[in-house]
Design a protein around this ligand. Sequence first.
Ligand code: C2E
Ligand code: MG
Ligand code: MG
Length: 754
Amino acid sequence: MLKHFKSQSLRKQISAAGILGIVITVILSIISIFSYKSLKNTQEQEAKQYLNEVVSQYRNAIDIKIDGNLQTLRALSTFIEKSGDIGLVQILEQLRAESRQNDFLRMGYIMSDGTGYFIDTDGTEHYDIDVGDESFIQRALTGEDTVSDTLTDIFSGETVNCYSVPVYLDGAVTGALTATTSSTAFSSIIEQKLFGGNAYTHIIRSNGDYVVRSSHAVIQKDIKNIFDDGKVSPEDRAYIEKSAKSGQSSFSTFEYKNEKYWTTIFPIGINDWNLFCVVPQDYLSENFGTLMTVFIVIMLCITALFSVLFLYIYHIIKRSRQEITKLAYTDVLTGSDNRNKFILEMQRLLSDNRNYAMVLLNINGFKFVNEFYGYEAGNMLLKHIATVLADNIGEQELCYRDNADQFGMLLRCRRKKELAERLRSIQEQIHKFRLSRNQDYHILCNFGVMIIDEGSKSAVNTDFDTVMNGALLALESVKGNEMDSIAFYDRHLHEKAARKTEIENRMWNAVENHEFIMYLQPKFSLKTGLLHSAEALVRWQPGDGKMIYPDEFIPIFEQNGFITKLDMYMLEEACRCLADWDKRGFPAVPIAVNQSRIFFYDTEYLNKLEEIVRFYAVNPSLIILEVTETVAMNNLEQIKTVIARLHSMGFKVSMDDFGSGYSSLNTLRELHVDEIKLDREFLSFQTESGRDEAIIRNVIHLANDLSASTVAEGIETEQQLEFLKSLSCDIGQGYYFCRPVPAADFFRAVAKLK
Ligand code: C2E
Ligand code: MG
Ligand code: MG
């Protein structure tokens, strides 16, 4: 689930980043296209403007030239007109004089019938030449100032342009003056270098005929019209023609011999002449190309920068994801996998058909380790366990830290015995860890195991919770058990757990309803045979059911803390009983009350005790407080203080079940108890083991030295009684004398014994 979620969100992030990348690329592309277009447009505009400016300068130059030449002729015409009716001879005389002062190739006078008289610059004269067919002459004779198209000179064969103005007499045209100039006069203007010599200017008529051709051979020399070789597309041609005829300047493109040109058409204002200027687009594009290259390089740099930034951010996201994943799946302290990781991996492993075992491991007394050796040592221990587990798992096996001092493993399991062997070996390796150089505290662990074989796979759901609960139940059943540290899950544990829940559900009401009943079991002096005291033992008698014995509920109450409530209740019952006996004149028999170890850590405990005995006006010396020896294990100094206070209050203290745990005789020496109760296990083995006998003898001996009396509990046979007597044990308790009886029946039961 977690993995699925992880990969889904990673996929989401990557696709979001991808979309962002695409969006940025698209935006950059749009900016590029837009910039390219606007640059191209600007460049085109600039070219257009430049062409226009240049061509209009040409036009002015041509204009000035033409106007100058016409002015010269006009001045001469006016002079002739003013001279009155002068004859041809005089006119020619004037022309001879005039032709020496200007750079015309020839000057001439045309009679109204079209007969021409010409005088060349070199003095050659041509008379009676019929030029009446020339249209510019015809137009001059009608009163117009004219300039001819480019013509081939009839005398020299040169290409020339001719000017003509009418000559008047008394308001009527009597003839026309002409002047001839070489066409080079125009071409020298239009052949000035433009755009580094790449642009060419021609003077054309509106139908496309050349008037003056630039000497540059952009267009084949023998072609008379710009459209003649048919390389211009019909659309271009139509546009150029339209522009040329419109008498307005225009800008366009055309393609000629596979090369593209910018063209401008600019009317000169004389005849239907236009300046026709062409520039190869490639030439202008060269600069544009450089500009574009710079632009593209900048764009590529920006894209590359974005890409690097994008990759960097992606890298950071990936790294932080890895960190988060690591944190999500790793136990920070030990570095081993955590529960999340374990659940994921476990599901994968359980899907094949091998048999596995879910093992939970818990350290016995870890709280004590932390309190006594410090948290640093506790952490070292946890790390040590993590290392041991990691060293002990094989291929297709798992281990993890669950929480606090609990670890888990998923181990291959062929046979239970084999698995138990492995766990014992792990226990052994953990056991080797030393918390401190000076002290030899043995680390013990408990293991709860749930076997997951084919049978259980099909019978129960093998999800983590089921498997974990099974192993946990098994673990609970051995928690704190130092002798038998491995437990396997079975149905019985399940029933026990159910029973535990039932007990916990009912315990509060049980107190209210007085279902807890005090039974008393007498203790006798082994020397005199007289009644010495009694032990209060709780029985749970539910109103509607079978009696429940303490072995079943006391461990549960100890776990959930309810034991303190019960113990106070029992103490009160004992006090009430003593007060009752006193009132009824029965002898004052001391009552031993079992006390939970939890009390010894409760600061209010002593006050509560005092309150109760005071309330029932009971002499505290009639109360013996029985505590199990394990209470002394953890915090000796505190226990000593509490025992001293109890003594000062008048209570007696008995050490119960001595010899069942890790009791040390030294501990006994430290604690000033009034009574030592030997664990009944000693008696059950006493017949077979000489070793137990030695221990009992020593304990009794030590107790004598410490002025504490010795009590043997669980005496069932005469043989046991005789044995204890032989060892000079002081007091005896057991079924041999009497079973525990309800307090009300106590004296009757004791009396029966005599
Ligand atoms: P314990 O304090 O060691 O109590 C002695 C147990 O030995 C009692 O079991 C008693 O019935 C049993 N016993 C006595 N004579 C014989 C005998 O000859 N043979 C055998 N086999 N057993 C004998 P019981 O009453 O079942 O209590 C079990 C334990 O529950 C007690 O062990 C004590 O640790 C605890 N307990 C009982 N009542 C209380 C209580 O009110 N408060 C606390 N904290 N613990 C209690
Ligand atoms: Mg007891
Ligand atoms: Mg006992």
